[in-house]
Design a protein around this ligand. Structure first.
Ligand code: SF4
Length: 611
């Protein structure tokens, strides 16, 4: 095989053993890599109903056939597991040198199971794997952990680690790399903590084998140059995703006061131009010439890397209008290894609960000090509110009761990310049907929707959501390369099929890639359905009640809210176009067409399948 290394490393922490295995070429063709490999491995190897924190759950690090080749933004890997937050399929991607070194060590994926007896660091150095006891690293934050490991293994090694939140099994703890590049929102860091695995260090020295090495080198270099020629490139380097704050404000979709509003009075103070005034540098993932991380000095005089999501969630969503203070909360979240999106969502929920008098603690809107204290309580699962909020917004609403579920903003247990959807039905559908819960990554349809008309619940919108789920959540997550060169500066999609040909030698069209994307999407859906069995229903794909029941009370779109009947009709239309039944479960025919007959066979044991 070219492009792929053809090997997966299976690590058992209970036994202190690591075994490399080869896999069939059909696995590469049918699932590509990244999310595709993760979904296939978790579907095949996990038992239904397994406790996400049990040693039997598996944590997968997976890259794709383009990862780590010299081409734009190819330094990413996917981390995946059964999620402790949602009970379903969970994953996320991280831009990290670990992706590059894992591939150069000879592996497309590493699968970790078991539980170490003592805090452990796994060192994967080419063909060898070592298990090092690391008590001295336990209770260090992610920045300190990485610094210590780099002082031993060198500044350019690939390191994935957890902070205190992962150690303490906070259900939205992430895995962190390179001071703030984190991923795995649905608790992948907590799964790593449950395995008592503090960090993984990758050191790889092999060259990747392309089918056409010269063509690969030339195409990659050309694609890098092409990125630089795009008209939006210079502005992108200045602000990265931060300009979205102003865009969201203009279009009434900026999450504000726990998603009760879409505009924030102090939006300008936390927007892209405000950020430029305090910016000290750009930071980015390896292999990338777009480096979109905006590093600023925060109110504690520490460096913090800002993007749209973390600023909106720790800013407008909690009523905080000081960008330096937002940056300080973000820095603390990264240090503890907490997902900043879920955290901002949950802080907003806690502030609303405090305002409503449903909890004793006083946590005012925009209260920086109270928020910072609460973040520490969450990371350490401090008895009481910290411990409750550490289980996620859905569990917190169950614990608090008193109708607070009305404004617990999640889908399938994953906290909604940074777009308010009172006025955007297609984006609500994207959240409703994403593979991991309410995440924007799979189908960021909102900018298209705002441009083309946000009022309707049309078939065209359904098709657009599916198209983006194929591209973003499917192809890019499997290849595994960053989608932003395409979305944000306009690197044409044809580059990726050309690069795939040079890397693998295979003639793969976009049509072929879309079939893989559908296969993977249906497999992640099957994973959810297998877990939930007869409890599964179309309600699982519904966005939060607040957007249906409470209209916006401010801004140009005041009075707007989602229409539940129309949403449900749109959802049924989505199911039909996906080849799913009225509950959102793939039919036997759909699974069979995608080469997933064996999946249908197993699913039949847990839920009635429609032909
Ligand atoms: S564009 Fe941003 S997120 Fe994508 S690879 Fe580059 S630095 Fe990472």
């Amino acid at each position: 095989m070219f492009g792929w290394t053809g090997k997966i490393l299976h690590v058992n922490l209970s036994k202190g053993k690591a075994v490399a295995d080869t896999y069939e070429a059909s696995m590469a063709r049918n699932f590509l890599g990244g999310r595709g490999f993760a979904a296939k491995i978790l579907w095949t190897e996990l038992e239904r109903g397994i406790d996400p924190f049990s040693p039997g759950n598996k944590l997968v690090f997976a890259a794709g056939p383009l990862t780590a080749f010299s081409l734009p933004s190819s330094g990413k890997l996917v981390v995946a597991s059964k999620s402790p937050l949602t009970g379903g399929y969970g994953d996320g991607n991280i831009g990290t040198l670990a992706a590059v070194h894992m591939r150069k060590a000879g592996y497309d994926a590493v699968v970790v199971e078991g539980r170490a007896k003592k805090p452990t660091v796994l060192i994967v150095r080419d063909e060898t794997a070592e298990f090092l006891e690391s008590k001295d690293l336990w209770d260090l934050n992610s920045f300190e952990t990485e610094k210590k490991l780099k002082s031993v293994y060198g500044p350019n090694t690939g390191i994935l680690c957890i902070g205190q939140a992962g150690e303490n099994l906070v259900k939205y703890a992430t895995i962190v790399s390179q001071e703030g590049r984190s991923g795995g929102r649905p608790g992948m860091g907590a799964v790593m903590g449950s395995k008592v695995l503090k960090a993984v260090v990758f050191i790889g020295s092999h060259d990747l084998q392309a089918a056409y090495p010269k063509e690969m080198q030339e195409l990659g270099a050309e694609a890098y140059r092409e990125v630089l020629t795009k008209p939006n490139y210079a502005f992108w380097k200045r602000q990265g995703t931060l300009s979205t704050i102003e865009w969201s404000q203009e279009n009434s979709v900026l999450p504000t006061y726990n998603y009760s509003e879409g505009v924030f009075q102090k939006a300008e103070a936390i927007g892209g131009f405000a950020m430029e005034k305090i910016k000290v540098s750009n930071r980015g993932c390896p292999q990338c010439n777009m480096t979109c991380g905006n590093v600023v000095k925060d109110s504690d005089r520490k460096e913090s890397e800002l993007d749209y999501e973390n600023v909106a969630m720790l800013g407008s969503n909690i009523g905080l209008g000081s960008l330096k203070q937002v940056a300080a909360l973000n820095r603390v979240a990264d240090e503890y290894g907490l997902d900043a999106i879920s955290l901002g969502n949950i802080l907003g929920f806690a502030m609303e609960a405090s305002e409503e008098g449903l909890i004793d603690e006083k946590i005012p809107w925009g209260g920086f000090k109270a928020a910072k204290t609460l973040i520490k309580d969450i990371a350490y699962r401090q008895e009481g509110l910290g411990d409750l909020l550490a289980d996620g917004v859905y569990a917190a609403s169950v614990g608090i009761g008193q109708n607070s579920n009305q404004w617990a903003m999640h889908v399938k247990g994953l906290e909604v990310s940074a777009y308010d959807c009172h006025t955007t039905p297609a984006m609500a559908l994207a959240y409703g049907t994403s593979s991991i819960g309410a995440h924007h990554k799979d189908a960021w349809v909102i900018s298209w929707e705002v441009k083309t008309g946000r009022k309707g619940y049309s078939a065209e919108k359904v098709d657009k959501v599916i198209e983006l789920q194929r591209l973003r959540g499917g192809v890019f997550e499997c290849l595994t390369v960053c989608r932003l060169p395409w979305i944000e500066v306009g690197l044409e999609l044809e580059w990726y099929t050309k690069l795939m040909h040079a890397a693998t030698g295979l003639e793969i069209s976009w049509g072929d890639l879309n079939v893989v994307a559908d296969r993977v999407f249906n497999l992640t859906r099957a994973f959810w359905v297998r877990e939930f069995g007869k409890k599964w229903s179309a309600e699982m794909d519904s966005p939060p009640d607040r957007w249906f029941d409470e209209p916006l009370s401010e801004g140009p779109l005041k009075g707007t809210k989602l229409d539940r009947t129309k949403y449900d009709i749109m959802l049924q239309n989505y199911y039909r176009r996906r080849g799913w039944d009225g509950r959102g479960i793939p039919t036997k025919l759909t699974l069979s067409k995608l080469g997933l007959k064996d999946v249908a066979k197993e699913l039949k044991g847990h839920v009635k399948l429609v032909d």
